[in-house]
Design a binder for this molecule. Sequence first.
Ligand code: RB5
Length: 146
Amino acid sequence: MKIAFGCDHAGIEIKEKLIDFIKSLGHDVLDFGTNSSQSCDYPDFALKVAQSVVSKAADKGILICGTGIGMSIAANKVKGIRAAVCWNKETAQLISQHNNANIMCAGARFASVDDICSWIKIFLETEFEQRHLKRIDKIKNIEQQY
Ligand code: RB5
């Protein structure tokens, strides 16, 4: 798959390890930055990754900030994006199985790089369960109405 990656300064220290790990799983990575430890604004990177996913340039996205929360809030403003924060292996699985998340978000200040790698692998390798489709369609309806 093609995986869009973005982080802010909170994720810069683990960025290369995460990208190398994603590549080691056999995926191509589209790197949308950031590229330095200088303070920056997470919505800028969330937008680039989200656009890459909705345009189908990427199949899925990974966004890392301090908590994962700011990235998810920003990415979810883009139509067609289901960005979800995960914080353990179970939630990494459920955001794919139940929510059909197309972007995984995680918090670099609250998890180890090894943990986040394991969540990324689970997120990328877990299939959506079709029995949840009705709920995903209802999310799309909300998006169209408001
Ligand atoms: C940056 O200090 C921090 O606010 C950001 O990385 C993120 O955690 C926001 O949700």
